[in-house]
Design a protein around this ligand. Structure first.
Ligand code: ADP
Length: 293
């Protein structure tokens, strides 16, 4: 199965172009959509899950067209929106049972088994009788992924799932997504947090100001930044100048001042040593020096 996107544009009523000529193919596995706030990620996700219509362009899921086969495509989708919350007073178990029924699991006995299994998988079985809207932030997010996955969707869309989670819950959530990935489904994860992508995704896209500026493996983006990341041993008095000249990734205190990590096409005024880039360096390098894909 694959999603094919051609010349996708979205212009809001006020004339603002949130997506500009996006061409993209998304295959089975975990696909990461990375970009700063305002890049157009939510707009893109909402179009994919049929909550919003594009201004122009084509989105196809295999042979189904998003505009002509909305119902069929909807039946393949699971969605965890950015602002997922549970308003009702249902227990965790009742809530998931309810969403499972909506997702088409009509046989009571099968549904009960599916709900129990899913609660086990996301680590909420012991919380099954607790009121869903009173769960902690991390637990709610896990209930969110459970409700997105319960109807055996072929495409799962997850919008900024780790925002606001503490590190432990963030790691737990990422592991949960990786665990789901061996099934033959497409999982699309949107995030502005680089480390969400590096540890989980096999393919990624980078969105900036509505434009697709990268689409390939995270490792390739990292390779591109090789030779462009430097560590400068700096004094207090150098810091401002360095920040003016180069995008700074990290400023780490050292014995005699600071170790400053920067991305640059080359260092001119400061002496630095080249260091091995990680995805965060590579992301900043691409955003700042914007090569053609
Ligand atoms: P992201 O999810 O990457 O933060 P969004 O898709 O939410 O980005 O927003 C992309 C851009 O579109 C932002 O600049 C935002 O202000 C703008 N935008 C979002 N919704 C609307 C709207 N209904 N009308 C006009 N502009 C909008």
């Amino acid at each position: 199965m694959k999603i094919t996107i051609q010349s996708l544009n979205k212009q809001y009523k006020n004339g603002f172009s949130a997506l500009k000529n996006i061409n993209l193919e998304i295959n089975e596995g975990l696909f990461g959509l990375l970009g700063p706030n305002g890049a157009g990620k939510t707009t893109f996700m909402r179009i994919l899950v049929t909550l919003m219509k594009p201004s122009s362009g084509i989105v196809q899921v295999d042979d189904f067209d998003l505009m002509r086969h909305r119902r069929q495509i909807r039946s393949m989708l699971g969605y965890l929106p950015q602002d997922f919350s549970v308003f009702s007073k249902l227990s965790t178990w009742e809530f998931l049972d309810y969403t499972a029924a909506l997702a088409g699991l009509t046989n009571g006995r099968e549904r009960k088994r599916a709900v129990d299994e899913m609660l086990e998988k996301v680590g909420l079985y012991d919380a099954r009788d607790r009121q869903a809207n009173k769960l902690s932030g991390g637990m709610k997010r896990r209930l969110g992924i459970a409700q997105a996955l319960i109807g055996h969707p072929k495409i799962v869309v997850v919008d900024e799932p780790t925002t606001g989670l503490d590190p432990e819950e963030r790691i737990r959530f990422r592991n949960l997504l990786s665990d789901m990935t061996h099934r033959e489904i497409i999982i699309i994860l949107s995030t502005h947090i680089v480390s969400d992508i590096s540890s989980t995704c096999n393919t990624m896209a980078l969105l900036n100001k509505g434009e697709l500026i990268y689409n390939d493996a995270p490792e390739k983006l990292i390779a591109e930044a090789r030779g462009h990341v430097f560590q400068i041993n700096a004094l207090d008095s150098d810091l401002d100048t360095i920040k003016e000249k180069y995008p700074v990734i990290a400023t780490i205190p050292s014995a005699d001042g600071w170790e400053v990590q920067v991305v640059a096409d080359g260092l001119h005024d400061f002496h630095g040593t080249e260091i091995e880039p990680n995805l965060e360096h590579a992301y900043v390098y691409r955003m700042e020096y914007g090569l053609d894909n």
